[in-house]
Design a protein around this ligand. Structure first.
Ligand SMILES: NC(=O)c1ccc[n+]([C@@H]2O[C@H](COP(=O)([O-])OP(=O)(O)OC[C@H]3O[C@@H](n4cnc5c(N)ncnc54)[C@H](OP(=O)(O)O)[C@@H]3O)[C@@H](O)[C@H]2O)c1
Length: 340
């Protein structure tokens, strides 16, 4: 079966790898049943197989929660597994949070007029849709809704839509934006408890084909520093949304990073210069360069863009300068996907 994988043209190998990832994601949602060995069936479709010693498997889930992949597969498939399988690992923590920003080389995610379209190219757009499909919820800040009127659905690849979560602390967003009325996916507005909401607003809005109310309003406690990202991830996890994707913008990703709730940070750098515009990450500084964070990372090529995949689960105290001094020579991402 692995021989078949290796006969495929690059695009077909990518499609097959994606089907494997969707199956692995289904297994995650079913809380990982015992048999987590994935291979191809007689019609070359990914399937769960009973393991015998001589069964060639493409992916398997180890007792410690990590996924492993075969080394006998095409390079494009191996790269996809290395990039996405860490998101599907079983973790003891109740949530796993990945954030992404697509920026110019001068760290802009939009122009000064708020135009954030086409910063990165088509391959990176497809990557965003892959992250949505593998996540339970996609989170964005209110300013992105106003600037982009985004759909946040999974369209460029096969897969489910994530629940769309918008941070709107004071309940100021107008509900005429597309994602509040398109009836394509569940949508949650997160407000602080001080937000002024009348009871009618809490109950009105479109209904999904499933009969569910499309827009729900969930409340998090007040805090002087805005919505506390840790409370956001805990609230979502308590409601079954455990794999979270923070899609922007810069303010939102920066706050989630500074609250140390991110496991992974993806930064796609596009070869363009924007000048004045909306900043990507905005973090407090450190006095000495030796105290700067040097998170383990891996690099992926996406068309003309380069994606940096950072493991930021160890990044804390970024603005205090008190983070542990890290050895700059040890900054490669330790393989979370084990080969066999
Ligand atoms: N290239 C990319 O990757 C990318 C991705 C997404 C968006 N964009 C672009 O980025 C721009 C918007 O980004 P942005 O950085 O200005 O804003 P943003 O992150 O989209 O939204 C910021 C707003 O969200 C709310 N918010 C976020 N985190 C919060 C928290 N922890 N507590 C309370 N409120 C919180 C606040 O709303 P209130 O103001 O109501 O307090 C805040 O002003 C747009 O132009 C969009 O096109 C680019």
């Amino acid at each position: 079966m692995l021989a078949y994988f290796n006969t495929l043209a690059s695009e077909d190998a990518e499609l097959l790898a994606w089907q494997f990832l969707l199956l692995a994601n289904d297994l995650r949602k079913q809380r990982y049943p015992n048999a987590c060995y994935l291979s191809l069936d007689a019609k070359n479709r990914p399937t769960v197989v009973q393991r015998k010693d001589d069964t060639p498997t493409c992916l398997w889930h180890e007792a410690d929660g990590h996924w492993c992949r075969s080394s006998q597969i095409p390079a494009v498939a191996a790269a996809m597994f290395d990039l996405y399988l860490p998101l599907l690992a079983r973790k003891d923590a109740p949530h796993y949070v990945v954030a992404h920003l697509g920026q110019s080389i001068d760290s802009r995610i939009a122009t000064s007029s708020g135009d954030g379209f086409f910063v990165t190219g088509e391959e990176n757009r497809r990557h965003l849709h892959c992250l949505r499909a593998l996540s339970d919820a996609v989170i964005i800040g209110g300013a992105t809704v106003i600037a982009d009127d985004p759909q946040l659905t999974t369209r460029a690849v096969a897969g489910d839509h994530a629940v769309r979560v918008v941070l709107d602390p004071r309940a100021q967003l107008d509900l005429s934006f597309g994602l509040f009325i398109d009836a394509q996916a569940r949508t949650v507005l997160l407000h602080q408890s001080s937000a002024k909401l009348d009871q009618r607003a809490m109950k009105s809005g479109p209904v999904l084909p499933s009969g569910e109310q499309q827009v729900e309003r969930w409340i998090v406690p007040n805090s002087d520093a805005g919505i506390n990202p840790e409370q956001v991830v805990n609230l979502l996890a308590s409601r079954g949304l455990r794999r979270l994707f923070v899609e922007g913008g810069g303010v939102t990703v920066s706050r989630f990073f500074e609250a140390a709730v991110l496991d992974r940070l993806h930064v796609a750098v596009a070869p363009l210069l924007v000048g004045e515009g909306t900043a990507a990450l905005q973090l407090g500084g450190v006095e000495k360069m030796i105290n700067a964070h040097r998170p383990p990372h891996a690099l992926y090529s996406m068309g003309n863009d380069v994606l940096w995949d950072f493991d930021v689960s160890g990044c804390q105290d970024v603005d205090s300068g008190s983070s542990a001094v890290q050895d700059p020579t040890k900054s490669c991402l330790a393989p979370t996907v084990r080969l066999k």
